[in-house]
Design a protein around this ligand. Structure first.
Ligand code: C5P
Length: 400
């Protein structure tokens, strides 16, 4: 009984895959979970509440009010009761409404009020799934900590073949079991994460920087926090910061500020993850006025920024684990290993730029992982959120 006494809200939306939710409910009950089901009005066209109520042993909720006595279904109480809210199947429509805070049915109001983690198993036609609007909504929700169970590629109800069909109930069950088993992996651990770019100003309005989006660091912060870690997230300017009660965000601008912030936290950290794309150089002099445009060329003198990982690596304690990243275009493996040793890291994750793929500011990536004992393994190409799960699994192995 892997889910004994776990409280799961199962949200079902109007997809042909809704019939699979009945079997999923049975699997949850067999594993010892308590399941309360909320359906959208449209979901009732695909599966009857009677079936779901019988399998879940609970009344199926759909409306805001009980029509007979005027009482209402408290989504707030449901939100407090639940250990996990799973929406399976989730249509493009429900995912879009979740991303935009629309609350026009009981499932959506409950989603907005739950305090527990939320997992979503999308189900839709492949073109709808791949549509930029859907992908952006998934990205937005992922950055807010919603976990997505990526649909596998296969035959769709439309007769087309592609990505979009809901993951099979047995696999969804496994995701849920894994989630509960891993949820305390890092409890009591303090994790320092650097992320995003740094900006090195040459005058009040201009700076040297790079196109790092901070997505990888954000996804790792979210995953570590979800598994119980206390995270200090020291980050340069990015569009979307992670949100989780276990994450404290320290916003910095320059490499010097990032180093100062890290110095105040490193002593308490059990794990440090250096995912920031720190600018390697800063202007030697910063002018207090805006540099005027001139006819002649100007020479900008640059000096190196501090290497944060290397500086802190010199004082690393035996019980601390340091993880760095490397982005190389030539002699990749040797350069990554050289950095691993020079910066006194335990693990380094190498990503490679190819003409087909630039991992910077991208949603997907792959890594080769090297550790200081010369072990090597690969994390295959996937979304940065999925990679964050695998990176946390790797880190877990090193701290156990
Ligand atoms: O030297 P390079 O920039 O390739 O090193 C990459 C690793 O070192 C990353 O983990 C990065 O976050 C970290 N780094 C740092 N401070 C710097 C430069 C890199 O912490 N100034």
């Amino acid at each position: 009984m892997n889910l004994k006494n776990k409280h799961i809200i199962l949200g079902i939306t109007g997809s042909i895959a809704a019939y699979k939710a009945a079997y999923l409910t049975r699997l949850f009950i067999k594993e010892g979970a308590e399941v309360k089901i909320i359906v959208t009005p449209f979901a009732k066209e695909f599966i009857t509440p009677v079936t779901l109520a019988t399998l879940s042993k609970n009344t199926v909720l759909c409306d805001f009010f009980y029509h007979d006595d005027g009482a209402w279904n408290s989504h707030i109480e449901l939100g407090i009761w639940a250990d996990l809210m799973l929406i399976a199947p989730a249509t493009a429509n429900t995912i879009a409404k979740m991303a935009h805070g629309i609350a026009d049915n009981l499932l959506l109001t409950t989603y907005l009020s739950v305090r527990c983690p939320v997992m979503v198993a999308p189900a839709m036609d492949t073109d709808m799934y791949m549509h930029v609007a859907t992908q952006q909504n998934i990205q937005t929700l992922s950055q807010r900590g919603v976990m997505f169970i990526e649909p596998p590629t296969g035959e769709l109800a439309s007769g087309l073949t592609g990505k979009g069909r809901m993951e099979e109930p047995e696999n969804i069950l496994q995701h849920v079991i894994n989630f509960f088993q891993k949820s305390q992996d890092f409890s009591g651990k303090k994790v320092l994460i650097t992320a995003g770019p740094t900006c090195e100003y040459l005058d009040p309005v201009r700076f040297i920087s790079n196109s790092s989006s901070g997505k990888m660091g954000t996804a790792i912060a979210q995953e570590m926090a979800r598994r119980g870690a206390d995270v200090i997230f020291v980050c340069g300017p990015i569009a979307n910061y992670p949100t989780h009660p276990n994450i404290t965000i320290e916003k910095i601008i320059s490499a010097d500020e990032m180093l100062e912030s890290c110095k105040t936290h490193i002593d308490d950290a059990d794990i440090a993850i250096f995912s920031a794309a720190v600018a390697d150089y800063k202007p030697k002099d910063k002018t207090s006025h805006k540099i005027k445009k001139q006819q002649q060329s100007i020479i900008l003198e640059l000096e190196p920024t501090p290497d944060i990982a290397e500086t802190l690596g010199k004082y690393k304690k035996n019980n601390q684990l340091f993880i760095g990243f490397a982005l190389e275009t030539e002699n990749e493996e040797n350069s990554a290993k050289e950095k691993l040793h020079r910066k006194n890291l335990d693990i380094i994750l190498l990503n490679t730029i190819t003409p087909q793929h630039n991992p910077i500011a991208n949603t997907h990536n792959s890594f080769t992982v090297f550790d200081k004992h010369n072990n090597i393994h690969h994390l295959s190409f996937k979304s940065k959120e999925q990679l964050a799960i695998e990176i946390a699994d790797v880190i877990k192995k090193y701290i156990s």
